[in-house]
Ligand binder design. Structure first.
Ligand SMILES: Nc1ncnc2c1ncn2[C@@H]1O[C@H](COP(=O)(O)OP(=O)(O)OP(=O)(O)O)[C@@H](O)[C@H]1O
Length: 310
């Protein structure tokens, strides 16, 4: 559904050229939900704007939804939906008018526009709100309306730029369910996000971008496994004895922690071996790595800090 090769964008600025995206390859299969994760300024929006024809690449090529990005941008646009960070449906319009007007813009007849709008209002839990002004909707409702607008022409591929930014936890969860339903209905979804929990919950596969290059790729679980292994924390009076057995073990008082691959499977044997050595254990904990650990390892920066600073 997306095949991009060597996609790059250089901006000319007074301070000299800025290489916002440095030749990325992106493959997204039909029906996949792919999360595009990266810190501020990593190149997410620039990549997304190129993939959606809003910005011309300075190098590279791509085929999006079966159409060539450079020679047939109109074909790409017909087959994709794009929901930007602030798509902001017309604030002074009524919900139904907004949807129907946009549907007419996509070339639907009056009757079809009305039917399509009603169907989307239903699908995005907005039924009953059609007479309301867009400005009176809650943040979560507005965001769902934005996505409904992006789905009016029934695109096979939907791009979402930071879909849940500025929503409260409950509205985010609700929105996530709707995004999952889109995927279940066969729509391919490519979304950018700052939020690790969002990337973890939604994505079949993640692409991690930093300084304009892809630095990691895989399912959330694959990335977690590849990068750090599980953190085992043992409480024992013989912490330093235990630490000698494991590379990179850290001792803090009567606690020793170290990383092992597949902690849940390795742990029973490991505890048996320690028992054979006569090690006395007070407590045992295994922590799966978080995507934040992954991020830190790949980029040297914590995404949580980035998100807080944003
Ligand atoms: N029009 C522009 N002119 C000059 N530099 C730009 C322009 N647009 C983006 N950049 C620079 O390109 C780099 C990538 O920006 P981009 O907006 O793609 O990052 P991002 O990952 O989307 O960040 P954020 O999460 O903050 O939206 C940044 O260094 C940014 O300052």
């Amino acid at each position: 559904m997306i095949k991009a090769r060597g996609l790059a964008r250089r901006f000319a600025t007074k301070a000299g050229p800025v290489d916002a995206v440095r030749g990325v390859d992106i493959d997204v299969a039909e029906g996949e939900l792919v999360g595009f994760l990266g810190p501020n300024g990593a190149g997410k929006s620039t990549t997304l704007r190129m993939l959606t024809t809003l910005l011309r690449p300075t190098a590279g090529e791509a085929v999006i939804a079966g159409h060539d990005l450079l020679s047939d941008p109109a074909g790409v646009r017909r087959n994709i939906g794009y929901v930007g960070q602030r798509t902001g449906a017309g604030q002074d319009q009524r919900v139904r008018d907004e949807l129907e007007f946009q549907a007419r813009f996509y070339g639907l007849g009056k009757h079809d526009a009305r039917r399509r709008a009603a169907d989307l209002l239903d699908r995005f839990d907005l039924a009953g709100l059609e007479e309301r002004g867009v400005i009176t909707l809650s943040g979560g409702q507005q965001r769902r309306l934005d996505i409904a607008m992006g789905m009016l022409h029934d695109p096979r591929l939907l791009f979402l730029d930071e879909p849940s930014t500025a929503l409260d936890p409950q509205s985010r969860r609700h929105l996530w369910e709707h995004i999952k339903q889109l995927r279940a209905g066969g729509t391919t979804v490519f979304l950018t996000t700052h939020y690790l929990d969002e990337a973890d919950f939604l994505s079949d596969r993640l692409l991690v971008i930093d300084h304009g290059s892809i630095v990691g790729e895989g399912s959330p679980d694959e990335l977690k496994n590849r990068v750090s292994g599980d953190l085992v924390v043992l409480g024992t009076p013989q912490a330093s004895l235990v630490s000698e057995k494991f590379e990179n073990a850290v001792v803090e008082g009567e606690q020793v922690s170290f990383r092992v691959p597949n902690g849940d499977r390795t742990l029973p044997g490991l505890l048996r071996d320690l028992g054979d050595l006569g090690v006395e254990l007070h407590s045992v904990q295994v922590h799966r790595p978080t995507l934040d650990d992954v991020f830190l390892t790949m980029t040297g920066r914590s995404l949580r800090e980035e998100a807080r600073a944003a």
